[in-house]
Structures are given as C-alpha cells and as structure tokens.
Design a binder for this molecule. Sequence first.
Ligand code: WQD
Length: 351
Amino acid sequence: MKKILVTGGCGYIGSHTIVDLVENDFDVISVDNNSRSSARILEGVEKITGKKVKNYKVDLCNFDDTFAIFQENEDIEAIIHFAAFKSVSESVEQPLLYFENNLQSLINLLKCVQEFHIPYFVFSSSCTVYGNPDVIPVTELTPPKPAESPYGYTKQMGEQIINEFSKANPAQCVLLRYFNPVGAHPSTHIGELPIGKPANLVPVITQTAIGKLSQVTVFGDNYPTRDGSCMRDFIHVCDIAHAHTLAVQFLMEGKTNKRCEVFNLGTGNGVTVLEAIKAFEKVTGEKLNYVIGDRRPGDVVAIYANNDYAKSQLGWDPKYTLEDMLLTAWKWEQRLKVDEKFFQSKSIDLN
Ligand code: WQD
C-alpha cells in the first residue's frame, strides 16, 4: 500500500480525508500538534475504517522534528498538507501569528519534499484566494484579487510558494481550492470541532439549534443578491475528502505533465445565507432563532465555483446535497451534545 502523509490529520477536513484514503487502500500517517484539534478524532477514524492511524504530535514549524518524521518514514509517496490556522477574524487580530505558522510550516515541509524526493504534494487552498470576484461562477483561471484577510493572504502566498517550488523541483503539486466545507461523516464518528464560539455559518446554525448559542445573526441582508444575504458554495466535507484521494491518484497515475495543477472544489451551486437557514429548518424540523445584523467586514458578497475542471480531470462528482450537508451537520451536533467531553479529554495513546 502506498503511504500518504497527511498534515493536520486530526482536523476537520484532514480526518475526513484520512477515512477516504484508508477506504481507498492507502497507508496513512498523520502529523498534527493538536494545538487546534483533538487526537481523539482518530478514534473516530478507527471506528469507521477499523484502522489505527499513527499521529506524530509535531509542530511543523519545528524543522528538526518535522525532518525526523521523514527519516522514520522513508516510504512516503505523497503529502497532503492541511495543517494551518484558518480563522479569518483571528488572522486580522494576529497577522504575524498567521504568516509565521502557515508559511513556516509549509516551507519546512517543502524542504523535506526536496530532501527526501517526495514525488507528489497536495495543498489545502481556499476560494478565499479569489477575494470578491467580479464574475461568478469562478473558474481556476479567474484572476485572484486582493485577499480579504491575512488568512487569505497565507493561502495566496502558499500557492505562489508551491508554484515556484514545483518549477525548481521534480515534485508535482496540486492546489485544491475549497469553497465552504460543511457537514460531517454520516456515521457521526467524526465531524467539525470548532474551538470556542464558531465563526462559520453552519456550526453557528447547529449550535443555535441545539441551544449552545441563543441566536444566529445574519451578517447583512442588503447585499446585491437574490434575497440580500451573501451567497456561498457549500460543499460536503466528504466530497472534499474524496477529491483529495482522486488528486493523489491523478498524480500517481501520471494523468498530468503540469508541474502544478489547480482545482476548484465546490458544487457549482450558489446558496444564500437565508436559503441555508431555511433549508436547515426544513430538513431538521427545527425552528431557528435568527436576526438580521450588520454586515461583517471582509465578507465576500457572492461566490460559487465552476467545477468543470475537477470533474473532467479528476473524475470528481460531488454527491451530497445541501440537505445532506445540513442534516449530517445537525446529527453531529446532537452527537457532540452527548460526547463533547470525550473529544476534550486526553486521548489514549493509540500508537
Ligand atoms: C459564510 C457566510 C457570513 C456566520 C470561511 C473562510 C474560507 C473557508 C470557508 C477555509 C458569510 C455568513 C456567518 C454567522 C452569518 N475556510 N454568516 N452569520 O467567511 O464564507 O469562508 O470559511 O477554507 O476561507 O473565509 O464562511 O461560514 O464564516 O460565512 O451571517 O454567524 O455566512 O457573513 O456571508 P466564509 P462563513
């Protein structure tokens, strides 16, 4: 079995991707310092796949510790790099923390790619790189606009670093631009574990419905969209996860001679904030307490993906509907109501 190193493997998208990789017969190891995640999530991965996945509790900003992982695993065939801080608001308050963490970890990893001749590198990027697009849907050729936050700049700069690296190094790279990942694995063994009060819409919705939050504030309903609220392209985290498996297979099967490929990972359907709220109420039967508030600085008005390239090149075909996304997110929230302490407690050493 080919070995894949997943950084941020205890995180939301990382853990779902590990499940998909294992189910597609890859051997997986994780690197995650658990500063923003719980190693307990790998127990959920084991419940789904039956496989214990080893996690190296290492800070990728520490080059020597990162290098040691590659010395111990000479058979790594590809890296999927998720590990990064991702809060837009926190990045505005602490830009240097974001530039140092997100870029230093990437550069350390790429130095190991070079030193250990790792042939393939997949990077977790974001639709944030498009900023506020003039035309939607966006394709991979839509020119990036100034990012709306230091977090967004770390994704734009990360893409540029990888692009230049791939021209000077045999490793082939893929940049995956996620739109808005939401939902949870249907088993409810894994899902999103927001730290503190969530910033993202769907966790705010589910925490309001379960009673952890008192209400949802819709950040503006006077935008130039069909109902005045912002528009997004919500995509199920399991569809995002499977795209990573397909991207690794795409590279390993030599399906491209490009040094660095870029793919949009969105459904291609724009959904407004108010539509998402109404869809949640309909699919769960829960009445949601929401109010209209002021606009949130830095918010993109409307964005959704043209995903033709990922469909044609990767054979990717997102299968979860908006209702699936919201229902799995709700079932996961209900599970957390029972087991939240489980994820906050120290994990037993799995390895
Ligand atoms: C979505 C919409 C809010 C909360 C972020 C990152 C992006 C990507 C996905 C990593 C906006 C509105 C939200 C609330 C609201 N992350 N909203 N009330 O900002 O589109 O994207 O997550 O790849 O990089 O920037 O996601 O869920 O925060 O907001 O009205 O309580 O929901 O204004 O229009 P966003 P979000």
